[in-house]
Design a protein around this ligand. Structure first.
Ligand code: GLN
Length: 240
């Protein structure tokens, strides 16, 4: 039997990739290999030809300036991203790209960066940076551990599902206890750190949906999670 293959598309690694976000792609690809898949990683940067086919999209954070650099290109590929998201392609977008997957990011300088509107959410630049270790509780994923560093305050509009409820840290904003957003199989979150090495259950979610979409089924391997469990414990016990 030929080995099944998953292709991970890394969105804007040149401009949107800080606080260890690249680790998400490394961790996800290793996890997919442990589940028995061949893995290909494709980098997509502004001006590149956007691939017709890929199985999981991962995007990271960036400074406001990085977000400005990729903005035009993001709008060029937005119809394809929306189409793929609606078709069930799993995606994980962190911080700066999470903000731009919403409807609008109004920077602290008053500039309006239009988002692609996958999340019914908007972000307003704040004066204060929200920095530190963060812990969430989520019905589907249990306890999620990460690190946040942002000044944008994100508000979910309508009945958009949050990723989790903050038990330590700030999350989306300073007014409610929500963190992140979900639609279709797309997850947006402020959690750097990187997120996936400490939260393999989220890697498994992305891999499962990619495999089911492409091959009709996912047979998970039994993976020893001693190390990520230890890393989660240490990170969660650190002071904010
Ligand atoms: N520039 C955005 C903010 O500070 C995003 C930061 C990030 O991606 N870490 O809100």
């Amino acid at each position: 039997m030929t080995t099944q293959k998953l292709t991970i598309l890394q969105l804007y690694p040149r401009d949107m990739n800080i606080y260890g976000d690249w680790g998400n792609v490394l961790s996800l690809s290793r996890r997919a290999r442990q589940h028995g898949f061949d893995v290909e990683i494709i980098d997509y940067n502004p001006g590149d030809v956007f691939p017709e086919e890929y199985d999981i999209l991962v995007g990271g954070g960036g400074q406001d300036s990085g977000q400005t650099v990729i903005q035009d290109d993001l709008h060029r590929i937005a119809p394809k991203l929306r189409e793929d998201a609606e078709a069930g392609t799993p995606m994980l977008v962190i911080c700066g790209l999470y903000q731009l997957f919403g409807k609008e990011f109004r920077t602290v300088g008053g500039e309006s960066l239009e988002g692609i509107g996958l999340f019914n959410a908007h972000t307003i630049g704040g004066e204060q940076r929200l920095i530190g270790n963060i812990v969430l509780e989520s019905e589907e994923f249990g306890t999620i551990v990460g690190y946040e560093n942002h000044s944008g305050l994100t508000y979910l509009d309508g009945d958009v599902q949050r990723l989790g409820t903050v038990t330590k840290g700030d999350g989306n904003n300073l007014d409610d206890d929500g963190e992140g957003a979900r639609v279709h199989h797309v997850i947006g979150s402020y959690l750097h750190g990187s997120l996936l090495p400490k939260n393999p259950v989220i890697s498994d979610y992305l891999i499962r949906h990619a495999a089911e979409k492409k091959y009709g089924q996912f047979q998970p391997a039994d993976i020893d999670d001693t190390l990520p469990t230890r890393a989660r414990g240490v990170a969660a016990s650190r002071p904010r």
